[in-house]
Design a binder for this molecule. Structure first.
Ligand code: MLC
Ligand code: AMP
Length: 505
């Protein structure tokens, strides 16, 4: 049987000279390709030594580090399923993910070991390790005793490789199940489509718990055998300083906004750069234009999702049109449908639906939800609303899902409203997204108190901070007498958005 393990394909793309530098970190460390080979073998052997059942989930909530990336690769290598978790998640969020995914292994930062291990053991997890961003922790200590020779586990394209949790408009987060084949097909298409070539160097400045940093950026560099300049945190000054040594950069729009605030960003700084890719949230046309003026480069905007990896891209060769997300990638079939389920014409607005080898296998243990999100003829309903112009360029004009994208992170109003509504004295609430110069969009809460209750905005925010990831915290909170409603009694969020649209701009 042919081994369709994603790691096998990435490993096969390592350059012949394994002593060459594969990763250079922002704190001055160098890792060779040989180091990557050995460390992933040792970590994979550690996982194998735990005698985990096939399909076991390895849940990981750690700060970004090369070792955290190696743990991802080792999980693929050993044939288990990687489950990355945003470092901003608090205990209630982690309790849900661990309870739902029932991972066999949990890896966390040592500062969180106390509460994370309690949650994990309660959920039946047998193995909890620590991994810190200074190359310490019980995971590495244990792996140090393992052999550095490991035969890559044999997997078929349909076998699960990762689960990414993503929320819906109602209910709790759903785990999107991605296979080795989903990710390898996408990586190979992008390698070709974006013209990756020998000598490319990627500046990796995104977190590694979501599609953009973990798959698009990382797989992109590895499948091309390209060196990465590895940033533990996004620091615009560092990125501009390193640009002369690099050729490719990928970021959410906020990263581009922050880079534009750097006076050192100019034509000279980007003289060796080949490609700037943006995605995960809408790139403002102002940012697109200003980037062109300041650097002479045209940002290539693309569109994707946790459930599908990358779906569309502006062309590498050819016109990159600001405000659009380009064309469906080779192998992806994309259509725009009206509410009546019929395909609609050029420039008509409707729901974006997709099909292709990149589309996920379904939501973890939620067959009914999975069924709801696919059409009878097998298209996945993205929840994004868009149109296709006469030249075939796709524009996303909105979302049918109630979702705020803030600095590239998704915030689901229903989740935050649920927490606010549970507070004593709250009758109801609405969370809306409003424009923000740095994060693109941020959440603002509008809250109605129960008769006689005296609610304070600062107290509401204070309680939310203790329960939710920091990026989900509303940037402002208003306690008001009533919410605008339509004749059906539904809260008119569009009116609230209009009312608060100038709060930050
Ligand atoms: C941080 N904060 C945010 C925030 N990030 N608030 C809203 N939205 C965000 N994204 C909060 C902090 O908690 C802090 O609050 C305050 O804002 C200022 O923080 P900061 O120091 O400026 O934030 P920083 O650590 O610099 O992080 C900003 C960032 C980060 C833009 C670098 O958010 C980031 O890495 N975003 C990228 C997300 C990403 O990778 N998305 C890809 C998803 S994949 P306080 O109150 O504590 O001061 C996907 C599919 C696809 O969507 O197509 O790619
Ligand atoms: P996630 O659930 O984090 O994978 O987020 C995916 C969502 O991000 C998509 O459904 C879109 O709404 C949004 N998105 C991704 N790329 C873009 C883009 N280039 N422009 C606008 N929205 C985008």
């Amino acid at each position: 049987m042919k081994n369709e393990n994603l790691f096998a394909a990435l490993r096969a793309a390592f350059p012949a000279d394994l002593n060459a530098i594969a990763v250079e970190t922002d704190n001055g460390l160098n890792y060779s390709w040989h180091d990557l080979e050995r460390a992933t073998a040792m970590l994979a052997n550690l996982l194998v030594s735990l005698k985990l059942p096939a399909g076991s989930r390895i849940a990981v909530q750690v700060e970004k580090s090369v070792e955290a990336m190696l743990l991802y690769l080792a999980t693929l290598r050993a044939g288990y399923v990687f489950l990355p978790l945003n470092t901003a998640y608090q205990s209630a969020e982690i309790e849900y993910f661990i309870g739902n995914a029932e991972p066999a292994v949990v890896v966390c930062s040592s500062k969180n070991f106390g509460w994370v291990s309690k949650i994990a053991f309660k959920a039946g997890t047998q193995n909890v390790f620590t991994l810190d961003d200074d190359r310490t922790g019980s995971l590495l200590a244990r792996a140090a005793h393992c052999s550095d020779k490991h035969t890559v586990a044999v997997k078929s394209a349909d076998d699960l490789a990762a689960i990414l949790y993503t929320s819906g408009t109602t209910g709790r987060s759903k785990g999107a199940m991605l296979s080795h084949g989903n990710m390898l097909s996408n990586a190979l298409v992008l390698k070709d489509f974006w013209g990756w070539k020998p000598g490319d160097v990627l500046i990796h400045a995104l977190p590694i718990f979501h599609v953009h940093g973990l798959f698009v950026a990382l797989h992109g560099a590895l499948i091309n055998g390209s060196k990465m300049i590895w940033c533990a945190k996004f620091d615009p000054k560092f990125v501009v300083r390193k640009m002369p040594e690099a050729t490719v950069f990928m970021g959410v729009p906020t990263l581009y906004v922050r880079l534009l605030n750097e006076p050192a960003l100019d034509h000279n700084a980007v003289r060796n750069m080949r490609l700037f890719v943006a995605g995960s949230a809408p790139l403002l046309i102002e940012t697109f234009n200003e980037w062109q003026t300041r650097t002479g480069h045209t940002i290539l905007e693309r569109y994707g999702m946790s459930e599908t990896a990358m779906l569309t891209s502006n062309p590498y060769q050819g016109e990159r049109r600001g405000g659009t997300v380009g064309f469906a990638l080779p192998g992806v079939t994309l259509r725009v449908q009206g509410d009546d389920g019929k395909s609609i014409g050029i420039d008509d607005i409707g729901g974006i639906q997709v099909k292709g080898p990149n589309v996920f296998k379904g939501y973890w243990r939620m067959p009914e939800k999975t069924k709801e999100e696919f059409t009878a003829d097998g298209f996945f309903k993205t929840g994004d609303v868009g149109k296709i112009d006469p030249r075939g360029y796709i524009t996303i004009v909105g979302r049918s899902k109630d979702l705020i994208i803030s600095g590239g992170y998704n915030v689901y109003p229903a989740e935050i409203e649920g927490y606010i509504n549970d507070l004593p004295g709250v009758a109801e609430s609405a969370l809306i997204g409003v424009p923000h110069p740095d994060f693109g969009e941020v959440g603002v809460a509008v809250v109605i108190s129960k008769p006689g209750a005296s609610l304070k905005s600062a107290e509401i925010i204070g309680v939310l901070k203790s329960k939710l990831a920091n990026f989900k915290i509303p940037k402002q909170c208003f306690v008001v007498a009533e919410l605008p409603r339509n004749t059906m009694g539904k809260v008119q969020k569009n009116l609230l958005r209009e009312q608060h649209k100038s709060l930050f701009t």
